[in-house]
Design a protein around this ligand. Structure first.
Ligand code: PLP
Length: 274
């Protein structure tokens, strides 16, 4: 009797609080260092007060120096994990990172077709340490099957060239937008020579929107994951696209400015500040 009364009293408030956080489904790989991948996604979501659901595409063997090996999930296992989760919860946004395998990428295309939610895709094709993380077949699946679902794509310069086969940034971006994604944020840190880093947001309807920040001195593992995750968190909080990428870049820059070097290799972002 008392128990029934207690729950009927707290339930409405509890339900209000429980449903107030934006929810994001993160689909990506596990990085044991915690610098990149699903751990980066979840830390970024927590810092933005968003709720993270996660589906792991692959495990990896890696250090802060480089990725040694990918261990993709079995396609059927992955799809079953998605089925069970998505029969229960209904994420507001989806963010996709490392897929690591063509079969998993095709499974993700099936999930997106059914889910019909806005998507941020970070096309992770190679690790900062140099290891290839996607072959030509996976690049084809991204182009043909995934880009039409994508609201915001966040390639670096090398990824834009590999996805499109076009060497210059502008034609590469035009090709990506023609494939069906709404916005492309082309990041510049991987090839910037000067003292500034410039990222540019493109769409088919608006002028390019340039965002600059001072270049930081170290080499970072997980900066691209952090940026794309911060973008999806901002978008899930109903920020308009330009405002979202601006805030996400600021968050990422701060996480790198306060980065730590826990191992022998790259620095890892610090996403724990609020
Ligand atoms: N491992 C995983 C699981 C990732 O998701 C990524 C990037 O998204 C990497 C490694 C490579 O990260 P970076 O290029 O920052 O070194």
């Amino acid at each position: 009797m008392l128990e029934g009364k207690f729950f009927s009293l707290i339930d409405p408030t509890f339900m209000l609080i429980a449903h107030s956080s934006p929810t994001i489904l993160f689909i990506g790989g596990h990085d044991p260092t915690g610098g990149a991948g699903i751990q980066a996604d979840i830390e970024t979501a927590v810092a933005h007060h968003c709720r993270a659901y996660s589906l792991v595409t692959c495990l990896t063997a890696q250090s802060t120096q480089n990725v040694q090996r990918l261990y993709p999930q079995d396609r059927c296992d992955f799809l079953q994990q998605a089925d069970v989760l998505l029969a229960d919860v209904n994420p507001d946004w989806v963010k996709i990172g490392l897929m690591g395998d063509v079969d998993i990428a095709l499974a993700i295309a099936d999930i997106l077709a059914e889910l019909n939610k806005p998507v941020v895709l970070d096309p992770v094709l190679a690790a900062g340490g140099g290891r290839e993380l996607a072959g030509p077949a996976l690049v084809r699946v991204v182009n043909q099957r995934l880009l039409p679902f994508v609201d915001l794509l966040t390639p670096n310069q090398a990824e834009a060239r590999r996805l499109t086969g076009r060497q210059k940034p502008q034609p590469a971006v035009e090709r990506l937008l023609d494939q069906g994604c709404g916005y492309v944020m082309l990041t510049g840190a991987d090839e910037s020579a000067g003292s500034q880093v410039m990222n540019t947001l493109y769409s088919q309807t608006e002028d390019p929107y340039h965002l600059t920040c001072p270049k930081l001195p170290d080499v970072y593992h997980g900066s691209g994951c952090t940026l794309a995750s911060a973008c999806v968190c901002q978008l899930a909080q109903h920020r308009e696209m330009k405002e979202a990428v601006q805030a996400a870049q600021h968050f990422t820059w701060r996480s790198l400015e306060t980065a730590e070097k826990p191992g022998q290799g790259q620095h890892l972002p610090n996403r724990r500040f609020i």
